[in-house]
Design a protein around this ligand. Structure first.
Ligand SMILES: [Mn+2]
Length: 621
């Protein structure tokens, strides 16, 4: 059956048509030739047999080139489970012979007699056979309407086919969106009042709703809907995908939060951004920076080996939550397998009703604003994105550690498995079976942990207790308690307790090494905010030269103690907090005007991972 529900009478023709329609080879000039010439294949590790003068008119022998080309045209190639071996085999063939697939077909036709080309030629025709097969069975691989599969590996992930791409009715380009947003007053000048209606970039709620609906479609037809992508129990589907109901209103659906694991190849560059809290200026400035620096073209990432992770808290506290969510969804829809939005503690109805987002929506669009439906989008965001590269993993989430969840099986699972329901949290159970967690605690900390951890099924992010991934914090410097509780927030884990949880949470093959998160912000210059602002918006907890004695030290002293460099080493068991945007009450009260994002470059070993800290000054008047 095809996407329209009609029988596929001529699978080969149909497949060929589809292939030609999406045939959009990467122009070779977009790849840096000299850099790649002497490198191994990034995918299979095979060395290039010929160098410089490639077999075919000096074209670039790049495997990224090859694999992305094939995954663009063959639906099979978007499913890692089926194609990993196949892809590696193909990749070796192409790479060792220095073949560029964009010229492959023509060359094969002219050189098919040559024995040197026998392997590649066979591979080529085998692939065309695959295209035919995928025409017959491909629908099951990529969703019934050919929805872009959320492939695990961005280096081998194709752009979603043109026909499936979301086409907005307004703001076709980022430049248009930026121009509209540039007219908006700053959050600081608005002082929590609504912006004038005539300035709103989205004139009506329908313009927002179309991206929301497209996101729902993506969620319902992508890998989230594939049983094989879930480890263990999968969500109760009719309820999980019923976007007309919510867990907090009757007739209700169950709250089914989940975590996600994605794998990337060494050298993948990952952008990380902290809390946005309705600051459209900072987000638009970031998208603009990405465009100016060649990482984005409009809303689309320019390379398959780029990922973006937003660390939660998109709305509330600023007056442009709608515009922020709209921008994020446009990015997600353009790059479904490369842009990730994790769920922060403000991605929940109990906070949006208290901290301004629901009021903002009602104020801007009146009764048209469908709060229930907007809240539902958060249920499709993972609480944690475990980003793996070779044997190392980063835990990307908004808050902190959650001892009640055991990620080991997910981290070690086959590459096609991506999701796991959070399920019932066994915090007390974990403490009983892992007394080592409290081994570094004093009596007070031990008592606090024993009396406060529980075993429960979350009914919401805060009921019956907070989910640590969304809410918890970390202590700032060495010498602070290993476990503590902030009555206004949640639990605070120290260095030893965190290290223990990362070690215990590691799989046998893939190790949890680092946490990238946000969330821990205040409007007073406490120890954390001092270090965040002085450290250019990114702070690694428990730094070697810092201690509790310097907790409230002034910048001249602190600058001797903490890492303020642009490029930073990612050390084992390190926890990194990203600052909150400047056009906010935080920026106003603490007097900073720079936005921050991280550019993480992964490598084969953790020693090769590097985090570059990038700032932009934001106009806040
Ligand atoms: Mn938060």
């Amino acid at each position: 059956m095809n996407s329209d529900g009609q029988p596929s009478l001529r699978p080969l023709e149909r497949a060929r048509t589809r292939v030609m329609k999406h045939f959009d080879p990467v122009p070779s000039r977009t790849v840096d030739l000299p850099k790649l010439r002497n490198r191994q294949c990034g995918l299979c590790g095979a060395p290039s047999r010929r160098r410089g003068t490639a077999g075919l008119s000096g074209e670039l022998p790049s495997t990224h080139h090859a694999s992305s080309w094939y995954s663009r045209v063959i639906p099979f190639f978007r499913d890692r489970a089926i194609t990993d071996l196949l892809r590696r085999a193909l990749c070796r063939t192409l790479y060792r012979n220095d073949l560029n697939p964009t010229k492959f077909a023509t060359k094969c036709a002219t050189k098919s007699q040559s024995s040197a080309f026998a392997g590649p030629v066979l591979a080529h025709w085998a692939l065309w056979l695959l295209i035919a097969i995928s025409g017959l069975f491909g629908a099951g691989q990529v969703g019934s309407s050919g929805a872009p599969a959320l492939a695990a590996n961005p280096a081998v992930t194709a752009a979603s086919p043109v026909s499936d791409r979301f086409v907005p009715s307004v703001y076709k380009t980022f430049a248009e969106w930026k121009a509209a947003c540039d007219r908006l007053p700053s959050n600081r000048s608005l002082k929590l009042s609504l912006p004038p209606k005539e300035l709103l970039p989205l004139e009506n709620f329908g313009q927002f709703e179309e991206v929301l609906e497209a996101f729902f479609k993506l969620s319902k037809e992508g890998t989230l809907a594939q049983s094989s992508a879930w480890l263990g129990q999968e969500p109760v589907k009719p309820q999980f995908f019923n976007t007309d109901a919510v867990y907090f209103l009757k007739p209700s659906i169950p709250f089914q939060p989940f975590v996600q694991r994605e794998l990337v190849t060494p050298g993948t560059q990952i952008f990380l951004h902290g809390d946005l809290h309705g600051d459209i200026r900072s987000l638009v400035a970031w998208v603009d920076w990405m465009n100016r620096n060649g990482y984005l073209r409009d809303f689309r990432l320019t390379r398959p080996d780029l990922d973006v992770v937003f660390l939660g808290d998109y709305t509330d506290r600023g007056m442009f939550g709608i515009e922020v969510l709209y921008t994020l969804l446009r990015l997600k829809l353009e790059n479904p397998t490369q842009v990730w939005l994790v769920r922060g503690n403000h991605e929940d109805v109990s906070l949006t009703t208290r901290y301004g987002f629901i009021a903002e929506g009602r104020g801007k669009y009146g009764r048209d604003f469908d709060a229930k439906r907007v809240m539902r989008l958060y249920d499709f965001l993972p609480l944690v994105l475990y980003l793996g590269c070779e044997t190392n993993l980063a835990q990307c989430n908004h808050g902190g550690m959650e001892p009640g969840f055991d990620p080991r099986a997910l981290l070690d699972a086959p590459e096609s498995v991506r999701y796991q329901l959070l399920g019932r949290l066994g915090q007390q159970q974990f403490l009983k079976t892992h007394p080592g967690l409290a081994s570094s605690f004093n009596a007070r900390e031990r008592h606090l942990m024993e009396s406060s951890l529980g075993d429960f099924q979350p009914e919401s992010p805060t009921v019956p207790a907070v989910i640590g991934f969304m809410w918890n914090d970390f202590s700032v410097v060495r010498g602070e308690p290993q476990f503590d509780f902030d009555p206004g927030r949640a639990f605070i884990y120290g260095e030893q307790a965190t290290k223990f949880l990362l070690q215990q949470g590691s799989g046998s093959e893939r190790r949890l090494q680092v946490v990238f998160r946000a969330h821990q912000h205040a409007t007073i210059t406490n120890a954390m905010m001092r270090r965040l602002i002085l450290g250019h918006g990114v702070y690694r907890h428990w730094q070697e030269n810092d201690s509790i004695a310097f907790g409230q030290s002034e910048p001249p002293v602190l600058s001797q103690k903490i890492d303020m460099t642009e490029e930073r080493k990612v050390t084992p068991y390190s926890v990194w907090t990203f600052n909150v945007v400047p056009d906010s009450v935080y920026g106003e009260l603490l007097n900073y005007s720079f936005d921050t994002f991280g550019l993480l470059t992964t490598g084969k070993a953790l020693e090769d991972w590097k985090l570059r800290v990038i700032n932009q000054t934001i106009r806040t008047r």
